[in-house]
Write a protein that binds this ligand. Structure first.
Ligand code: RUQ
Ligand code: CUA
Length: 659
């Protein structure tokens, strides 16, 4: 009953696991589709013209974007460009959006985005913003759910591989963001250093960052906590009784620097770091901590000018736990834990026991007791390690192999993904016993229940986000989209309803009732509020201006023409800026702009907005431009020409429409 795919998985993960734990595989799903009682189709059917009940916000993984689906239908609604350039809209290509991708490493057109996280009020998703991390060049983005656009990106200094990120505290006071990779850090400045990699154990350190969120969502790094040179994997803030705390999994407490697959799997237990963020924040507010140089960019949309701006911030404040006891404790957790999830009551902290035969559940109450009793089994770099037996509430048995992530239904049950045994396991938060399991196709990473990491889950659907697709859909060559599987969790038995391909690699996702988000949608931008310095508000103001070898074309669009549509006097060697303002004041009427030979992408200009495309003509001739978005019956007529003369030519600048 073992399939090819499972053999592949056996090769790369199960062998060390089995060697270590001496367990055998069980619960392999068969290849056949078990979906569906006869009413599965009924349950996911959203009639034409009807809307879905939930928005699903899925990370794009290595696409660097965030994708939006309707649930339960699985309809792909929209892709939000975040960390990667998006030729489809000109995001990251237009002059207005390029600053969003600015970093201290220069302009970065790509990243690996893992974990979307909705803003919360009182521990419940509120539909204002969704945050998402960039793993590769550490950053966190904030997306405004009023217009589904990236509003801000902040870079995280003293970090490498921003994976345990971005998880919100109950009132979105902070977002946590921990480094995945530790890196060498100068003792005083924390600057990355030129040292031998073999000096890992002495020189490498990690940081846990806390990003403060302002009233309007503005992000700033309030402080970083210096931690030992482990790998930090995931995070979640507490809620209810535990709301002042945030929890981070770590692995590689062995501090290995090569062949981690083996060398970081030696210790029986690694740690969940429990951080009292409230206390740390108070310390920082009272002047504790050290301000050190740490250049990082904050890029944000200037809402007045409708364009992104970059600001370089020069320092951060760092807290050293050895000088500030009481801000961090370690909960020993078997064995290279991955996810860390806090149940809706805030009482239990579940570690994803990636290489463990049991799923460990810590008790927050016991943790506080142990801290008060100084019930420590040791310390690491001045951080107390709590006694495992004193803090553990339960070890869930038989929870599958390769358990990664857990979400909750709000009805007393938890659901955990098991990567190796390819299943989702439902267990009780009262008895800590498994009550149901369902096969997934195949190898789930994260799972998502709308609100499932909050105080108020909507325990109706669960989405499994699977890493391996194989035979699920029509084959598309060597690469297949990852799959999402929608499971009904409203009854005693989980039931597979639907299976749909996703874009990129949807690590994590968030879901929210559609009503919360859909009422707040921007339909167009009022022209009179467009204070972009290069905007033109009427065709009468359109013009072409030469400034040395720069030429600025101030252009408008309205169904179905450009003004101006014929431009002469451009020369090879010029740098031409097309500042295109879309005069439409109506929902869903963008115009596009594409110029033959432009070495970037199109512009897609929303009603009332201004976008700028830069073009450096290389050849003499007459070149067309046109609208790329089918905007009216006469869309094909929406075009124009630019005449390019040799450098130094005496053809004067001239332009016009309709003569
Ligand atoms: S991680 S499953 Cu960022 Cu678990 Cu992907
Ligand atoms: Cu404007 Cu097509």
């Amino acid at each position: 009953m073992q399939t090819k795919k499972q053999n592949k998985r056996l090769l790369w993960w199960s062998i060390p696991l089995i060697a270590v734990l001496g367990i055998t595989l069980y619960g392999c799903p068969s290849q056949q589709n078990l979906a569906g009682s006869s009413d599965a189709a009924q349950k996911v059917y959203v009639a034409p013209g009807e809307h879905d009940e939930f928005y699903g916000l899925f990370s794009g993984g290595y696409s660097g974007q965030l994708t939006t689906y309707g649930l339960p239908s699985g309809r792909h609604l929209y892709t939000i460009p975040v960390f990667s350039q998006a030729p489809v809209s000109g995001y990251g290509y237009s002059e207005e959006t390029k600053p969003m991708l600015q970093t201290t490493h220069g302009f970065i057109p790509w990243d690996d985005a893992h974990h979307p996280e909705l803003s919360q009020t009182d521990g419940v998703p509120d539909g204002r913003w969704v945050f998402i991390n960039a793993n590769n060049t550490p950053r966190v983005a904030r997306i405004d759910l009023g217009n589904f656009q990236t509003a801000e990106i902040i870079e995280i200094p003293n970090a490498a591989g921003n994976h345990a990120s971005p998880f919100v505290t109950v009132n979105t006071e902070y977002i946590s963001a921990a480094t995945r990779f530790s890196v060498p850090m100068d003792e005083n400045t924390l600057e990355n250093e030129d040292v031998a990699i073999s000096s890992y154990a002495e020189n490498f350190k990690g940081t846990l960052s806390f990003i403060k969120i302002g009233e309007e969502g503005e992000m700033s790094i309030d402080f970083q906590i210096l931690v030992p040179g482990f790998n930090y994997d995931l995070s979640h803030a507490g809620k209810g009784p535990s709301e002042d705390w945030a929890f981070f999994t770590s692995y590689n407490t062995e501090e290995a620097h090569t062949l981690l697959e083996v060398n970081a799997s030696r210790n029986d237990k690694d740690f969940i770091a429990a951080v009292n963020w409230r206390r740390a924040a108070e310390l920082v507010a009272n002047g504790e901590g050290r301000e050190i140089p740490a250049e990082h960019y904050r890029n944000y949309i200037d809402h007045d000018e409708h364009r992104a701006k970059s600001e370089l911030i020069e320092t951060v404040t760092v807290l050293d736990p050895t000088e500030n006891p009481g801000i961090i404790y370690y909960l020993p957790t078997p064995k290279s834990p991955h996810g860390v999830d806090v149940d809706p009551s805030g009482r239990y902290i579940v570690g994803g026991g990636k290489l463990s035969s049991v799923l460990p559940v810590h008790s927050f109450e016991k943790m506080i007791q142990a801290i008060e009793n100084e019930d420590f089994e040791g310390e690491v770099d001045g951080i107390p390690v709590l006694n495992y037996d004193s803090v553990i509430q339960a070890e869930v048995e038989n929870a599958g192999i390769g358990t990664l992530h857990t979400e909750f239904d709000g009805n007393g049950y938890a659901y955990t993904t098991a990567f190796i045994s390819s299943e989702i396991v439902k267990w009780s938060l009262e008895t800590f016993e498994v009550v149901d399991r369902i096969d997934t196709y195949y190898s789930p990473g994260h799972l998502m229940i709308p609100g499932g990491d909050s105080r108020q889950p909507a325990g109706k659907y669960l989405v499994a986000l699977n890493k391996i697709t194989k035979d699920r859909y029509l084959p598309t060559g060597p690469e297949l989209f990852h799959s999402a599987q929608l499971i009904d969790i409203s009854g005693d038995k989980m039931e597979l309803l639907l299976d749909f391909p996703t874009d990129g690699e949807p690590h994590y996702a968030q879901g929210i009732a559609a009503d919360i988000v859909k009422e707040r949608q921007v339909r167009f931008y009022p022209l009179e509020e467009n204070n972009h310095p290069d905007a033109v508000k009427s065709e009468a103001d359109t013009r072409v201006v030469r400034e040395g070898n720069e030429v600025h074309v101030y252009m408008t669009t309205i169904r179905s023409h450009f003004a101006p549509d014929n431009i002469e006097g451009i020369q090879v060697g010029d740098k031409v800026y097309f500042h295109v303002t879309n005069l439409e004041q109506d929902w869903d009427v963008p115009h596009g702009f594409a110029m033959l030979g432009a070495q970037n992408a199109e512009l897609l200009v929303m009603p009332g907005e201004t976008r700028t495309l830069t073009w450096e003509p290389k050849k003499v001739g007459v070149f067309p431009f046109y609208c790329t978005d089918f905007c009216s019956a006469l869309h094909q007529e929406m075009q124009g020409y630019v005449r390019v003369s040799p450098s130094g030519s005496d053809v004067p600048i001239s332009y016009g429409t309709g003569d």
